[in-house]
Design a protein around this ligand. Structure first.
Ligand code: ADP
Ligand code: SF4
Ligand code: MG
Length: 330
């Protein structure tokens, strides 16, 4: 492994200003995605997963968002300094996002082939690559075949409405692969699909990143997916990373009170493995608790939790940010 991970986020903090009110959403988020590794960012709805992903992709609308601190490094470059023309030129080959909702992410009035060919045309232009429409269409067919589409030429001539939900999701994966990125970011992949199709899509995504040696950052609230798809896990609560570690470690020894509560919510034998909820709700990001953001819901909270907890080691490459880890795991 190289000294620096492919993607490295350091102390990222993001505020939102809406109607004159400031919400302090992300606080000091740090995470790494090494080349070829599969990393999951997990936490309940509203905890800041998509904001993190959008900041990494450079698609966070500013305003209302404002990056108030931190660094996002890709392959050694600080992306916050290179956004704009230079970033546009190489972002397609750096990272791509697998969009979640095929209904809203595909344009209903253009064929799949036209939409994919257009992406390639602009990517080629940014990269100064010369390729005619025929060449671009060949690449479109090639990628549609890679996502296991039967008869890619027929699919390319289809409009989105003519395809099933699972096929549309495959098209979105193909779109993300078109420009040969090194990192795929998948935000809640397959959530718009039924459980069986979702499982097939995830297997496809896993196979593709494996075959092509890509890094994957998967964002999800589904612990079942994390167990299947990730080597390394970051647990996020209310805009802060509260625990990080290898997936096997996190599942064997969840240590932060929030992670433990999250795992308690997973039915043990069968059925839905989605996080079901913990008593209480996320804090108001306009006035979050001063120290540990989990304190209002934490059964172990004490006075010192009014100060931000340090991250402390709990196992090999595994740490959690809590003052009372000993009591939490007892
Ligand atoms: N465009 C926005 N304007 C204001 N606040 C936002 C916006 N997008 C996200 N937020 C705030 O950030 C929080 C986290 O959102 P998000 O990252 O989408 O959560 P999730 O973990 O479900 O992906 C939201 O609860 C909301 O308070
Ligand atoms: S720091 Fe305190 S409030 Fe936060 S999780 Fe640990 S015990 Fe609970
Ligand atoms: Mg989200």
């Amino acid at each position: 492994m190289s000294a620096e991970p492919l993607l490295s986020v350091r102390s990222l903090s993001v505020d939102f200003s809406t109607y004159g009110r400031v919400s302090h959403v992300l606080r000091d988020v740090s995470l790494d995605v090494p080349a070829r590794r599969h990393v999951a960012l997990v936490g309940e709805s509203g905890c800041g997963k998509s904001v993190t992903m959008k900041a990494i992709m450079g698609i966070l609308a500013q305003p209302p968002a404002r990056i108030v601190g931190g660094e996002i490094r890709f392959d050694g470059r600080d992306l916050l300094q290179v956004r704009g023309g230079e970033w546009d030129a190489w972002r397609g080959t750096a990272m791509s996002m697998v969009f979640q909702d095929p209904m809203t992410s595909l344009n209903p009035v253009f064929t799949i082939g036209d939409q994919m060919e257009t992406i390639l045309k602009y990517a080629d232009r940014r990269l100064g690559r010369r390729r005619d429409r025929r060449g671009r269409l060949d690449r479109v067919y090639e990628v549609l075949a890679q996502v296991r589409m039967p008869d890619p030429e027929r699919i390319a001539k289809s409009y989105p409405i003519m395809l099933s939900g699972g096929m549309r999701q495959r098209v979105l994966i193909a779109m993300a692969l078109l420009t040969e990125p090194r990192l795929l970011i998948a935000d809640e992949p397959g959530t718009a699909l039924d459980v069986t199709t979702q499982a097939q899509i995830l297997k496809l995504l896993r196979d593709l990143v494996e075959e092509r040696g890509l890094a994957l950052l998967m964002i999800t609230h589904n612990l079942g997916l994390v167990r299947e798809a990730a080597d390394f896990v970051y647990v996020m609560y209310a805009g802060a990373v509260v625990e990080r570690g290898p997936a096997v470690e996190i599942f064997a020894r969840p240590s932060h009170p929030y992670t433990r509560a999250l795992f308690d919510c997973v039915p043990k034998l069968s059925g839905e493995t989605t996080f079901k909820g913990i008593d209480g709700s996320l804090p108001d990001y306009g006035a979050p608790p001063p120290g540990c953001r989990f304190a209002p819901r934490c059964p172990l909270a004490v006075a010192m939790c009014n100060r931000s907890p340090d991250e402390r080691p709990v196992g090999p490459n595994h740490s959690a940010a809590c003052w009372r880890l000993e009591e939490a795991v007892a």
